[in-house]
Design a protein around this ligand. Structure first.
Ligand code: BG6
Length: 512
């Protein structure tokens, strides 16, 4: 019996009995994502007794790693959300762990992998149930998928419910534009069935992003307010206080629009704006999300100059520390035009949201880390208390805080106690930490488990990812074609002043 079978502890995650014995194979196992996120997530699943009884883990990468298990143990001890490391749980995980060194283009790599899997499957009883996690650059995905299929490590999907399964999880970025994302989809679908493909966007694994749907569709009182009838505008913010963190070379090629807006921010937008699905089924949910992306009014050509602002951080102070500007970061061109901040004014052309501005912004080196969606309600039709001190100048605002300090707050006016008629805005605030305790599972825990269970609801479908690029591509082209200015903002501020011009008269950007 494995240690994780002996303790009934649960954390509100899906039931382990639905997870069949599985081998998880990570390509790109020598990378940062594996150390910082994937292994800590797997360990925490084990610690929460959520892994199946039979579980094996194989790392694959080019580099030699004679002590893979030791390195992973150190990484888990450092990056796990729960500390200190539980030796018994780790020991059990380590027994089913292996490492295969090899080039992703070399058929010999796949023969070695097949050998390791065969051995582990006998030892651990994982019966050819395999999840392949591709934590690699998008350009490497096709050769890996081909290698796996040619070596028959991935088998064609079967309609028999008892047959073994093989699934492929593809990390972001999924392509670098619409053409490459389409090519990647074509390539994947030439070898695999869509039901075997799990395109990851880790924001979908965040508790608060999922909670957007429970909040909206698990209650009766909010949904009737959730439309143009009551909302004047929506602000969506994904702000970070960190800079490019030594990833200057990567950032020069990608910029924040591709890195965060194309995926994470647009995914939050779909969850926030979608219509209720008919059921909690992967395709029913994703159908509704795709409709939101299709309703996004394109921003093309010269429109980029009116409806978007791109910018770069200059030197400044973040949380008391002096930091350099983007162009002075290592591996960054001193004349770079790569954006580290972007703001956009979006419209959804549909019945629910017609005419409601959606202001979206995302940036590195902003004043603080904060991801949130704020719904600003319409002003009062008649200000009964306009002469009262503090009288109702500000409309109601509902804020869904995705991170940190996860929660939901509703701002409304109230009477200040006393004889007169003074008013003040107050907030009704629900905090996850207070209600459920602070150690919420990491996004990767949920997503790895879902991939093993075969639940694709929180993964991006081919048409979804293409619709996201279809919206982003013309903006990037417009910037190039019209040589859109790259504004500057001080590190530690809330972005460039130029972003204010995107807002309708009277609206201001929130300070989360
Ligand atoms: C990644 C981006 O996808 O998401 C990073 O590549 C970014 O640039 C990160 O910092 C943010 O993730 P989180 O979960 O820390 O908000």
């Amino acid at each position: 019996m494995k240690v994780w079978e002996t303790n009934p502890l649960r954390e509100g995650m899906p039931d382990e009995r639905t997870v069949k014995p599985t081998a998880l194979v990570i390509f790109g196992a020598s990378g940062d994502l594996t150390r910082r996120k994937l292994l800590p997530a797997i360990y925490n699943l084990a610690l929460s007794r959520l892994l199946p009884g039979g579980f094996a883990l194989v790392g694959v990468a080019r580099r030699a790693k004679p002590d893979f298990a030791r390195e992973m143990k150190d990484a888990v001890a450092k990056f796990s959300r729960r500390k200190p490391l539980d030796e018994a749980t780790w020991g059990e995980l380590e027994k089913g762990m292996a490492y295969v060194q090899g080039d992703f283009n070399d058929p010999a790599t796949y023969s070695r992998l097949a050998g390791e899997l065969g051995r582990l499957e006998r030892d651990r009883g994982t019966t050819q149930n395999r999840v392949f996690y591709l934590a690699v650059a998008p350009t490497e995905v096709p050769s890996i998928v081909k290698g796996l299929c040619d070596a028959k490590i991935v088998l064609p999907p079967s309609t028999d419910a008892d047959a073994s399964y093989q699934r492929v999880v593809v990390e972001k970025p999924f392509g670098e534009d619409l053409a490459s994302a389409r090519a990647l989809n074509r390539n994947l679908l030439a070898h695999l069935d869509e039901r075997q493909i799990y395109r990851i966007d880790h924001y979908l694994g965040k508790e608060t992003v999922q909670n957007l749907l429970v909040f909206r569709f698990g209650n009766t009182i909010f949904e009737p307010l959730w439309s143009r009838q009551h909302i004047s505008h929506v602000q969506l913010t994904v702000a970070e206080d960190i800079g490019v963190e030594g990833r200057g070379k990567f950032y020069e090629q990608i910029g924040i629009t591709r890195d965060i807006v194309q995926n994470h921010a647009l995914q939050i937008l779909t969850m926030m704006a979608m219509d209720p699905p008919a059921s909690w089924d992967a395709d029913a949910v994703r159908d509704e999300k795709v409709k939101v992306l299709r309703a996004l009014r394109p921003i093309r050509g010269r429109e980029v100059l009116e409806r978007t602002v791109r910018a770069q951080y200059a030197a400044g102070t973040v949380r008391g520390d002096k930091v350099v500007g983007y162009r002075d970061e290592p591996d960054v061109d001193p004349h770079s035009k790569t954006e580290t901040f972007v703001a956009m004014s979006l419209r959804l052309d549909n019945f629910r949201w017609g005419g409601v501005p959606f202001y979206l912004r995302s940036g590195k080196r902003l004043a603080k880390r904060s991801a949130e969606v704020a719904l600003h309600f319409k002003p009062l039709p008649h200000r009964l208390f306009r002469d009262a001190p503090g009288g109702q100048d500000e409309p109601n605002v509902l804020v869904v805080r995705i991170q940190p300090d996860e929660g939901i707050a509703l701002r409304f006016a109230t009477k200040v106690p006393g004889g007169g008629m003074s008013m003040r805005n107050v907030a009704m605030d629900f905090r996850y930490g207070t209600t459920f305790g602070s150690s919420t599972p990491e996004a990767y825990e949920r997503l790895i488990l879902d991939a093993m269970r075969g639940d694709a609801t929180l993964f991006t479908r081919a048409d979804e990812v293409e619709a996201q690029w279809g919206f982003i591509d013309p903006i990037l082209e417009g910037w190039r074609e019209y040589d859109a200015p790259v504004a500057s903002y001080e590190a530690g501020s809330w972005g460039p002043r130029e972003a204010d011009k995107l807002l309708a008269p009277g609206d201001t950007w929130r300070r989360p």
